[in-house]
Every structure is written in C-alpha cells, then in structure tokens.
Design a protein. Structure first.
Length: 135
C-alpha cells in the first residue's frame, strides 16, 4: 500500500512539473519580480542597486500575447515596452527590445521561471535577476 501511495504521489508530482514547465514556454503571460540588480559603469567597479533606482520595475507583467513588458504598480499599470524579438530555445526563452535608447534582453528559464535580464546604455550596463509566476 505504501509503495502504491508513493507511486501515485510521484506521478502527480511529475505531472505537475510537466504542466509547470509548459507555463514557462513564452506562450502565456507571467507576473515577474526583480530580486537583485547590478550597475556596471565603464571604467568603474560594479555596484549593487535596487532595480527601481536604475529604472527597472520591481514587478512587471511579461505579456507574451501582446508582446510587451508592462510595469505593475500598486496604483495600477505603469510603463510598457515592446518585445521586438522572441527566440524559443530548448531550455529557455529569450526576449529582446529597446526602451528609451537602452537595448535589453531577458532570458526566461523554461524549467524554473527564473529570469536574467541585461540592459545596455552608453557607458554602462545593468544586470537583474528575478523570477516569474503564472498570472
């Protein structure tokens, strides 16, 4: 009996994991949060920053349907930026765009929903780590 319960529980976990992986395939909208941010000016040491201080939203919606990143604020929606390029790879989805002259890329792990973002401005780069969850 114990092995039957363990087998059923294991099958449920495997099914849940497969269903969760499908969520992070770039086809549905996700709510994302930034966790760590770093600013690296040319010729200087990199500095840890709060995402908001480098104009990156604390929370945003990755709207795969409308191909936009949409800032989420307590008082409602904020800025949006278009996703200009999407590439589906085996283990990740890559999104790219341009906002206010900054080129940006976002990599979404299909397995975990973790994100790694980078942005480039003349003389400075930014990197941000975070995670997404289904809406």
């Amino acid at each position: 009996m114990r092995s039957l319960v363990a087998g059923i529980f294991g099958a449920l976990l495997a099914t849940a994991g497969a269903a969760q992986a499908d969520v992070f395939d770039g086809s549905t909208s996700l709510l994302c949060a930034t966790v760590d941010a770093t600013e690296c000016p040319f010729g200087s040491e990199c500095l840890e920053r709060d995402a908001i201080s480098i104009s990156i939203p604390r929370f945003f919606r990755l709207n795969a349907v409308d191909k936009r990143l949409e800032e989420v604020l307590p008082e409602g929606d904020g800025r949006t930026t278009d996703i200009l390029n999407t590439q589906l790879l085996d283990d990740r989805v890559v999104f790219q765009g341009v906002e206010e002259g900054r080129a940006w890329s976002l990599i979404l792990s299909k397995e975990s929903g973790d994100i790694t973002m980078s942005a480039a401005d003349p003389g400075v780069t930014f990197s941000v780590f975070g995670a997404c969850t289904p809406l």
